[in-house]
Design a binder for this molecule. Sequence first.
Ligand code: SAM
Length: 233
Amino acid sequence: MKQPSKTSAVSQKILDSRSAYDQWAQSYDTHPNPTVAMARIALARDLQHVEGLSVFEFGCGTGENPYNLGCRGAASLVGADVSAGMLGRARGKLDGMDAHLHHINDMETSFLMNETFDLIMAILVLEHVENIDRFFQLASHRVAEGGLIYVSELHPVQSSMGIRAHFQDEEGIEISTHSFHRTENEFIASAERSGLRPDFIRSWTPDEEVIAAEPKTLKYKDQQLLLTMCFVK
Ligand SMILES: C[S@@+](CC[C@H](N)C(=O)[O-])C[C@H]1O[C@@H](n2cnc3c(N)ncnc32)[C@H](O)[C@@H]1O
Protein backbone atom coordinates (compact mmCIF):
# COMPACT_ATOMS: atom_id res chain seq x y z
CA MET A 1 0.00 0.00 0.00
CA LYS A 2 1.51 3.34 -1.00
CA GLN A 3 1.06 6.25 1.37
CA PRO A 4 0.20 9.55 -0.33
CA SER A 5 2.83 12.23 0.15
CA LYS A 6 1.65 15.20 2.18
CA THR A 7 2.21 17.62 -0.68
CA SER A 8 0.60 15.66 -3.51
CA ALA A 9 -3.03 16.20 -4.40
CA VAL A 10 -4.48 12.71 -4.24
CA SER A 11 -7.91 11.90 -5.65
CA GLN A 12 -10.04 9.99 -3.26
CA LYS A 13 -12.87 7.53 -3.62
CA ILE A 14 -15.03 5.90 -0.94
CA LEU A 15 -16.31 2.47 -1.92
CA ASP A 16 -18.38 -0.15 -0.14
CA SER A 17 -16.25 -2.75 1.69
CA ARG A 18 -16.74 -5.48 -0.86
CA SER A 19 -15.65 -3.37 -3.85
CA ALA A 20 -12.76 -1.76 -1.97
CA TYR A 21 -11.32 -5.05 -0.75
CA ASP A 22 -11.86 -6.77 -4.09
CA GLN A 23 -9.45 -4.17 -5.51
CA TRP A 24 -7.14 -4.13 -2.51
CA ALA A 25 -6.76 -7.95 -2.71
CA GLN A 26 -4.19 -7.57 -5.51
CA SER A 27 -1.71 -5.69 -3.32
CA TYR A 28 -2.83 -6.44 0.26
CA ASP A 29 -0.12 -9.02 0.98
CA THR A 30 2.63 -7.48 -1.13
CA HIS A 31 2.44 -3.78 -0.14
CA PRO A 32 2.94 -3.79 3.61
CA ASN A 33 0.74 -1.60 5.75
CA PRO A 34 1.83 -0.51 9.28
CA THR A 35 -1.46 -1.44 10.95
CA VAL A 36 -1.58 -4.87 9.36
CA ALA A 37 2.10 -5.49 10.24
CA MET A 38 1.43 -4.47 13.85
CA ALA A 39 -1.67 -6.69 14.01
CA ARG A 40 0.29 -9.75 12.82
CA ILE A 41 2.90 -9.36 15.58
CA ALA A 42 0.29 -8.53 18.22
CA LEU A 43 -1.63 -11.71 17.38
CA ALA A 44 1.50 -13.86 17.69
CA ARG A 45 2.35 -12.30 21.07
CA ASP A 46 -1.22 -12.20 22.41
CA LEU A 47 -2.20 -15.79 21.59
CA GLN A 48 0.87 -17.90 22.19
CA HIS A 49 -0.86 -21.28 22.67
CA VAL A 50 -3.13 -22.16 19.80
CA GLU A 51 -2.28 -25.86 19.40
CA GLY A 52 -5.40 -27.97 18.86
CA LEU A 53 -7.84 -25.03 18.74
CA SER A 54 -10.73 -24.76 16.32
CA VAL A 55 -10.61 -21.23 14.92
CA PHE A 56 -13.06 -19.01 13.07
CA GLU A 57 -12.01 -15.65 11.63
CA PHE A 58 -14.76 -13.22 10.71
CA GLY A 59 -13.38 -10.97 7.92
CA CYS A 60 -10.48 -13.33 7.24
CA GLY A 61 -9.31 -11.43 4.15
CA THR A 62 -6.36 -13.07 2.40
CA GLY A 63 -6.16 -15.78 5.07
CA GLU A 64 -2.86 -14.73 6.62
CA ASN A 65 -4.07 -15.13 10.22
CA PRO A 66 -5.61 -18.60 9.76
CA TYR A 67 -2.48 -19.60 7.84
CA ASN A 68 -0.21 -18.47 10.68
CA LEU A 69 -2.34 -20.17 13.34
CA GLY A 70 -2.47 -23.36 11.23
CA CYS A 71 1.33 -23.35 11.01
CA ARG A 72 1.42 -22.98 14.80
CA GLY A 73 -0.76 -26.04 15.37
CA ALA A 74 -4.39 -24.86 15.35
CA ALA A 75 -6.53 -27.93 14.59
CA SER A 76 -9.08 -26.45 12.19
CA LEU A 77 -9.60 -23.14 10.46
CA VAL A 78 -12.74 -21.47 9.15
CA GLY A 79 -12.85 -18.04 7.57
CA ALA A 80 -15.63 -15.82 6.21
CA ASP A 81 -15.42 -12.62 4.21
CA VAL A 82 -17.54 -10.41 1.97
CA SER A 83 -14.78 -9.98 -0.62
CA ALA A 84 -14.35 -12.69 -3.24
CA GLY A 85 -11.04 -11.11 -4.22
CA MET A 86 -9.61 -11.40 -0.72
CA LEU A 87 -10.93 -14.96 -0.37
CA GLY A 88 -9.32 -15.92 -3.69
CA ARG A 89 -5.93 -15.07 -2.16
CA ALA A 90 -6.83 -16.99 1.01
CA ARG A 91 -7.75 -20.13 -0.93
CA GLY A 92 -4.29 -20.42 -2.48
CA LYS A 93 -2.59 -19.81 0.85
CA LEU A 94 -4.63 -22.33 2.86
CA ASP A 95 -4.51 -25.10 0.29
CA GLY A 96 -3.49 -28.34 2.02
CA MET A 97 -4.60 -27.20 5.50
CA ASP A 98 -7.81 -28.20 7.30
CA ALA A 99 -9.45 -24.94 6.26
CA HIS A 100 -12.89 -23.89 5.02
CA LEU A 101 -13.70 -20.51 3.56
CA HIS A 102 -17.12 -18.92 3.17
CA HIS A 103 -18.03 -16.07 0.87
CA ILE A 104 -20.74 -14.22 2.77
CA ASN A 105 -23.21 -11.43 2.04
CA ASP A 106 -23.43 -9.99 5.51
CA MET A 107 -22.47 -10.64 9.08
CA GLU A 108 -25.46 -12.84 9.84
CA THR A 109 -24.62 -15.35 7.12
CA SER A 110 -21.06 -15.71 8.37
CA PHE A 111 -22.31 -17.24 11.60
CA LEU A 112 -24.86 -19.62 10.10
CA MET A 113 -22.55 -22.62 10.17
CA ASN A 114 -23.56 -25.27 12.66
CA GLU A 115 -20.34 -25.35 14.65
CA THR A 116 -18.83 -23.91 17.78
CA PHE A 117 -15.21 -22.72 17.97
CA ASP A 118 -12.54 -22.45 20.65
CA LEU A 119 -11.41 -19.12 19.24
CA ILE A 120 -13.29 -16.52 17.18
CA MET A 121 -11.23 -13.66 15.76
CA ALA A 122 -12.18 -10.32 14.20
CA ILE A 123 -8.95 -8.64 13.08
CA LEU A 124 -9.13 -5.19 11.45
CA VAL A 125 -12.71 -5.76 10.37
CA LEU A 126 -15.03 -4.32 13.05
CA GLU A 127 -14.26 -0.77 11.93
CA HIS A 128 -16.39 -1.65 8.87
CA VAL A 129 -19.26 -3.12 10.90
CA GLU A 130 -22.04 -0.79 12.00
CA ASN A 131 -23.66 -3.02 14.62
CA ILE A 132 -20.97 -4.51 16.85
CA ASP A 133 -23.57 -5.57 19.44
CA ARG A 134 -24.85 -7.98 16.83
CA PHE A 135 -21.31 -9.21 16.14
CA PHE A 136 -20.70 -9.99 19.83
CA GLN A 137 -24.13 -11.67 20.15
CA LEU A 138 -23.45 -13.96 17.19
CA ALA A 139 -19.86 -14.67 18.23
CA SER A 140 -20.92 -15.38 21.81
CA HIS A 141 -23.43 -17.91 20.50
CA ARG A 142 -20.79 -19.67 18.35
CA VAL A 143 -17.85 -19.72 20.77
CA ALA A 144 -17.44 -22.72 23.10
CA GLU A 145 -17.91 -22.31 26.86
CA GLY A 146 -14.58 -20.92 28.12
CA GLY A 147 -13.59 -20.05 24.54
CA LEU A 148 -12.09 -16.75 23.40
CA ILE A 149 -13.20 -13.89 21.18
CA TYR A 150 -10.19 -11.92 19.98
CA VAL A 151 -10.62 -8.46 18.47
CA SER A 152 -7.85 -6.35 16.94
CA GLU A 153 -8.53 -2.82 15.68
CA LEU A 154 -6.78 0.34 14.58
CA HIS A 155 -6.27 2.18 17.90
CA PRO A 156 -9.10 4.60 18.81
CA VAL A 157 -6.46 7.36 19.13
CA GLN A 158 -5.88 6.94 15.37
CA SER A 159 -9.50 6.48 14.30
CA SER A 160 -10.53 9.54 16.35
CA MET A 161 -8.29 11.56 14.00
CA GLY A 162 -10.20 10.24 11.00
CA ILE A 163 -7.63 7.60 10.02
CA ARG A 164 -9.18 4.50 8.54
CA ALA A 165 -8.32 1.56 6.29
CA HIS A 166 -7.18 2.87 2.90
CA PHE A 167 -4.89 2.09 -0.02
CA GLN A 168 -3.87 3.59 -3.35
CA ASP A 169 -5.00 1.87 -6.50
CA GLU A 170 -2.86 1.53 -9.64
CA GLU A 171 -3.90 4.99 -10.83
CA GLY A 172 -2.87 6.58 -7.53
CA ILE A 173 -6.44 7.12 -6.38
CA GLU A 174 -6.78 6.74 -2.64
CA ILE A 175 -9.53 4.22 -1.91
CA SER A 176 -11.17 3.96 1.46
CA THR A 177 -14.34 2.42 2.74
CA HIS A 178 -16.94 3.23 5.38
CA SER A 179 -15.64 2.91 8.89
CA PHE A 180 -16.83 3.59 12.41
CA HIS A 181 -14.78 5.09 15.24
CA ARG A 182 -15.26 3.46 18.65
CA THR A 183 -13.62 3.85 22.01
CA GLU A 184 -12.14 0.98 24.00
CA ASN A 185 -15.00 1.30 26.51
CA GLU A 186 -17.59 0.99 23.74
CA PHE A 187 -16.06 -2.31 22.62
CA ILE A 188 -15.93 -3.62 26.18
CA ALA A 189 -19.50 -2.56 27.00
CA SER A 190 -20.76 -4.18 23.79
CA ALA A 191 -19.01 -7.48 24.55
CA GLU A 192 -20.30 -7.44 28.13
CA ARG A 193 -23.87 -6.99 26.89
CA SER A 194 -23.45 -10.41 25.26
CA GLY A 195 -22.26 -12.02 28.50
CA LEU A 196 -18.55 -11.94 27.61
CA ARG A 197 -15.92 -10.80 30.07
CA PRO A 198 -12.62 -9.12 29.19
CA ASP A 199 -9.56 -11.34 29.55
CA PHE A 200 -7.02 -8.72 28.45
CA ILE A 201 -7.01 -5.36 26.68
CA ARG A 202 -3.73 -4.09 25.17
CA SER A 203 -2.57 -0.97 23.37
CA TRP A 204 0.29 -1.46 20.95
CA THR A 205 3.05 0.97 20.00
CA PRO A 206 5.62 -0.31 17.47
CA ASP A 207 8.81 -1.46 19.23
CA GLU A 208 12.16 -2.35 17.66
CA GLU A 209 11.06 -5.81 16.54
CA VAL A 210 7.96 -4.40 14.86
CA ILE A 211 9.91 -1.61 13.16
CA ALA A 212 12.53 -4.10 11.94
CA ALA A 213 9.77 -6.33 10.53
CA GLU A 214 7.99 -3.41 8.83
CA PRO A 215 9.95 -0.13 8.60
CA LYS A 216 6.79 1.84 7.76
CA THR A 217 5.71 1.41 11.40
CA LEU A 218 8.55 3.81 12.39
CA LYS A 219 6.15 6.67 11.73
CA TYR A 220 4.08 5.44 14.71
CA LYS A 221 7.06 4.79 17.04
CA ASP A 222 5.70 6.95 19.85
CA GLN A 223 2.02 6.45 19.13
CA GLN A 224 -0.62 3.91 20.01
CA LEU A 225 -1.30 2.18 16.72
CA LEU A 226 -3.38 -0.89 17.57
CA LEU A 227 -5.83 -2.04 20.23
CA THR A 228 -6.27 -5.75 20.93
CA MET A 229 -9.02 -7.11 23.15
CA CYS A 230 -9.68 -10.66 24.22
CA PHE A 231 -12.97 -11.73 25.77
CA VAL A 232 -13.93 -15.01 27.44
CA LYS A 233 -17.33 -16.68 27.41
C1 SAM B 1 -8.31 -4.90 6.75
S1 SAM B 1 -8.93 -6.39 6.09
C2 SAM B 1 -8.40 -7.52 7.36
C3 SAM B 1 -8.28 -8.92 6.83
C4 SAM B 1 -7.67 -9.90 7.83
N1 SAM B 1 -8.50 -10.02 9.00
C5 SAM B 1 -6.27 -9.48 8.19
O1 SAM B 1 -5.98 -9.34 9.39
O2 SAM B 1 -5.46 -9.31 7.27
C6 SAM B 1 -10.68 -6.29 6.40
C7 SAM B 1 -11.44 -7.48 5.84
O3 SAM B 1 -12.77 -7.45 6.32
C8 SAM B 1 -13.65 -7.77 5.26
N2 SAM B 1 -14.95 -7.19 5.58
C9 SAM B 1 -15.31 -5.88 5.58
N3 SAM B 1 -16.59 -5.75 5.98
C10 SAM B 1 -17.03 -7.01 6.26
C11 SAM B 1 -18.27 -7.53 6.74
N4 SAM B 1 -19.32 -6.75 7.00
N5 SAM B 1 -18.37 -8.88 6.91
C12 SAM B 1 -17.30 -9.67 6.64
N6 SAM B 1 -16.12 -9.25 6.18
C13 SAM B 1 -15.99 -7.92 6.00
C14 SAM B 1 -12.99 -7.19 4.03
O4 SAM B 1 -13.45 -7.77 2.84
C15 SAM B 1 -11.51 -7.48 4.31
O5 SAM B 1 -11.13 -8.73 3.82
